[in-house]
Design a protein around this ligand. Structure first.
Ligand code: MG
Length: 256
């Protein structure tokens, strides 16, 4: 995978930065480092400061697998225009139909997984995340989870790092959410950056010249076109985007 920040790809980055572009970010593992306790998932102070400056030059949104309310508390005050939660379900597709589906799953999963040590069901109302990070027998835990999920009927399953996400069939994914938001915010192009399996729903969108996809960390099987080295490099990416538009504004001022 090619690093978007390498000098060879500078032109691609500038082309997008100069267009009527929407910048969209995943949260955990992208804007914020992965932490063992999701309750402490703050951005680094440097990232936050850069994001605050970036939102003055670009429309920026966050698309997360977490519940919207949960992410809001981390990005409030940064100038981010919208937070889409639950892999894109919230806020625009937050239908009672999905709530009903998810509440029907809870007792089934509790019955079949409740006894498993280290397996935790995170209830995000419009989707569930079944974590097995703390399990000592991860392979067995995963098998048991998938077996229980199979009892739920038609669901959308998204894998992740030691987590299995389940969404109602027919729920939008991150790719659909991004496109919807780009149109709503009247942008022509979008840049999306994410680190996980759920982000592949954006990476697989086929929008040549209109969508720039970037993965945090290179991965051979990813459909993203570019990568950054690791989560720490997000600051360098934000800085690069900032510099491009700031200079452009300066250049315009000089001409006037
Ligand atoms: Mg992530």
């Amino acid at each position: 995978m090619r690093n978007i920040l390498s000098r060879d790809n500078r032109e691609v980055l500038e082309q997008f930065a100069w267009s009527n572009v929407l910048l969209a970010f995943d949260y955990d593992g992208t804007l914020a480092p992965i932490v063992s306790s999701p309750a402490r998932a703050a951005m680094r102070a440097t990232t936050r400061a850069l994001l605050e400056r970036l939102t003055r030059f670009y429309p920026c949104i966050v698309i997360s697998g977490r519940a919207r309310r949960d992410v809001m508390k981390w990005v409030r005050g940064t100038g981010v225009l919208e937070v889409l939660g639950n892999h894109g379900v919230e806020p625009w597709q937050a239908q009672g139909l999905f709530l009903d589906a998810v509440s029907g799953w809870r007792p089934v999963l509790a019955k079949h997984l409740g006894h498993l040590k280290g397996v935790e069901i995170e209830d995000k109302r419009y989707s569930l995340a079944i974590h097995y990070r703390r399990s000592r027998q991860k392979k067995n835990a995963r098998t048991a989870i998938l077996r229980a999920v199979a009892l739920l009927g038609e669901v959308r399953i998204i894998g992740g790092v030691q987590v299995i996400n389940i969404l109602p069939a027919g729920a939008p994914h991150k790719g659909m959410a991004l496109e919807r938001e780009r149109i709503r915010l009247t942008c022509d192009t979008a840049v999306y950056i994410g680190d996980d399996e759920t982000d592949e729903d954006v990476f697989t969108l086929d929008r040549p010249g209109r969508l720039l996809t970037i993965r945090v960390g290179a991965k051979r099987v990813s459909r993203a076109a570019y990568c950054i080295r690791d989560q720490r490099q997000i600051d360098e990416f934000l800085e690069a985007m900032l510099v491009i538009r700031r200079n452009r504004r300066g250049a315009r001022g000089a001409r006037a």
